[in-house]
Ligand binder design. Sequence first.
Ligand code: CP
Ligand code: NVA
Length: 304
Amino acid sequence: MKKDLLTEYDLELQDFTEIFQRAAFLKKLLYQKVSYTPLEGKSLGMIFDKSSTRTRISFEVGMFQLGGLAIYLNSRDIQAGRGESIADSARVMSRYLNGLMIRTSRHQDVEEYARHASIPVINGLTDYLHPCQILSDLFTIREKFGAHEGIRVAYLGDGNNVANSWLNVAARLPIHLTMACPAGYDPDQALLERARREAQGGVHLYRDPADAVLGAQVLYTDTWASMGWEAEKEERARVFAPYQVNEKLLAQAEPGALVMHCLPAYRDQEISSGVLDGPQSVIYDQAENRLHVQKAILEMLLKA
Ligand code: CP
Ligand code: NVA
């Protein structure tokens, strides 16, 4: 495994397996109320330049449960927010901390932190990718189906950071990925082309959601207006309306298909309330698993 987790390509194939196995082990320990504190004396800085519920809480509680300390650093409150360079911030933070998690818009900023930090840097979401989310989603799929190999996932909606991360894992692992995005809202072209070249299970992008969900065992969606795109909310609601994951679309997928959403969800926009709350939704299990998977990532990166 590399020093940092910035993209899904920073992981060797055996790292994926180790993360999934470790997450299952850590989840079991937690359910059995067994204390396990391999990160005693270790600290994680968490720079947030965007809002967060799940990522912040799961990283913070995860560090606490592993015996370490997490420090929430709102980008407005640290000197980097008023002009201290990323390089200097990274060098100084490396003198205090054992790891750094960053959520910000520009992926290049996270890369720059990683270049200048001597400690592991973890991507907690950029406009480009959301690797911690997708690892946790794969873990959830493994829990529900027993394996991720051969599973047919359909992603519906915006070709955003989460969609890009799906492309990256489809390129690395034997899952089948179909996507349906409206014209003009495709995922990153370079990632799409690479995934098409490298994916063992196949990657297909459609315009019609019905084509994408045919035979799908997992229907996955995300908000139509990611953080930073709020000004386009109304226009997007119009363009994306046919891509809503609702009862009708779900009925066209494989019988018993599971429904996933990274959250936060905008009810009755990208997903109907009935589906979100319905028997095929695993959305809250998926949210819980962020904690277990992040603990596995933290243990791997920070234990040394
Ligand atoms: N899914 C996710 O990353 O949620 P938050 O924005 O609440 O962290
Ligand atoms: N695509 C969403 C994911 C939120 C977890 C966003 O970037 O806002």
